[in-house]
Design a protein around this ligand. Sequence first.
Ligand SMILES: [Zn+2]
Length: 192
Amino acid sequence: MIEEIAPRSGTAFRLAKGRLLRVIDPQGVQVADLLAYNDADIREAISNGRTFDYEESISLTVGNRLWSNRSNAMLTIVEDTVGRHDFLLTPCSEATFRHFYPQHPVHRGCFGNLAEALAPYGIEPDMIPCAFNIFMNVSVAGDGRLSVKPPVSQPGDFISLRAEMDLVIGLTACSAYASNGGLFKPIRYEIS
Ligand SMILES: [Zn+2]
């Protein structure tokens, strides 16, 4: 069954080992922040740094694995119609809205949406690391400067990830202007 995450909101759910999570961008040009925790011990969480270590790249697509802070593989990317995701930047939050968008109303962002969705699993805000930012288009210049560009995802594009352990997943439809080409769209997901 395909579930939909409304624009600028988020959800959390369990994903058993071996199951596939497909994250779909139904309208295109929309980011989804993904977090993963070991369901057996939520102190074990997804880690961008460990992932960059073991995958030897910041550019992650089919065949790459997403690793935990304890150096265990949590998810493997098995399908990817976009090939452009970010794992450098943190979830958008009230503070990042004040910093980057002083002209816009403050929004709790992916961080606030993830914190609320993950609270029933015992996961506190301070346990939220860098998310795997599906479809987020961040370019790194030769001098190291970062720029956030609109996603290149088209309507119906998707990524599928296989759980390598029993997981708690947090997933959003991102709320930040620059990350989503200025418009906020829903995200869909399907577990199989
Ligand atoms: Zn966001």
